[in-house]
Design a protein around this ligand. Structure first.
Ligand code: DAT
Ligand code: MG
Length: 138
């Protein structure tokens, strides 16, 4: 049964001109795009999205970075979408990411790591609904 995950191409990836290359990897890995937009987070909306991390020491830095430029948000559909997408993107810190993963290829540091991927089916729904209305999902 297919399910969904949510991704953002982060400001570092957008600024570096890597939207096309990353989307090509996502398509080649068998994900179908259900919704997509380029947009920009504010400090406030970045803070809401990453609320779960608000006690972590890197929260302020994370919100600054995520609101520092445009992002591409998307809902992706595939069998086993959440786990397969985490495999495709690789470890949070690109230094630990497997060869051939999106973060190994395009991330520059643990903070500026090119791409977001949901960590559970429940969070994929919450995160997708944070960015997209029913009329924007296909
Ligand atoms: P992931 O994005 O792999 O799910 P996470 O949920 O633990 O990782 O953290 C969310 C984001 O916060 C991560 O993509 C980048 C940032 N982050 C995580 N750990 C960090 C650290 N030690 N220093 C700076 N930023 C960090
Ligand atoms: Mg996470």
């Amino acid at each position: 049964m297919s399910n969904i995950t949510f991704t953002m191409l982060k400001p570092d990836a957008v600024k570096a001109g890597n939207i096309g290359a990353i989307l090509a990897m996502i398509n080649a890995a068998g994900f179908r795009i259900k919704a997509m937009k380029m947009t920009k987070l504010s400090m406030e909306t970045a803070g809401q999205f990453y609320e779960v991390h608000k006690e972590r020491p890197f929260y302020g830095e994370l919100c600054e970075f995520m609101s520092s430029g445009h992002i591409v948000a998307a809902i992706l559909e595939k069998e086993n979408a959440v786990a397969d997408f985490r495999t495709l993107i690789g470890a949070t810190n690109p230094a630990n990411a497997e060869e051939g993963t999106i973060r190994k290829l395009y991330a520059t540091s643990v903070g500026e790591n090119a791409v977001h991927g949901s960590d559970s089916d429940e969070n994929a729904m919450i995160e997708g609904n944070f960015f997209f209305s029913g009329m924007e999902k296909f």
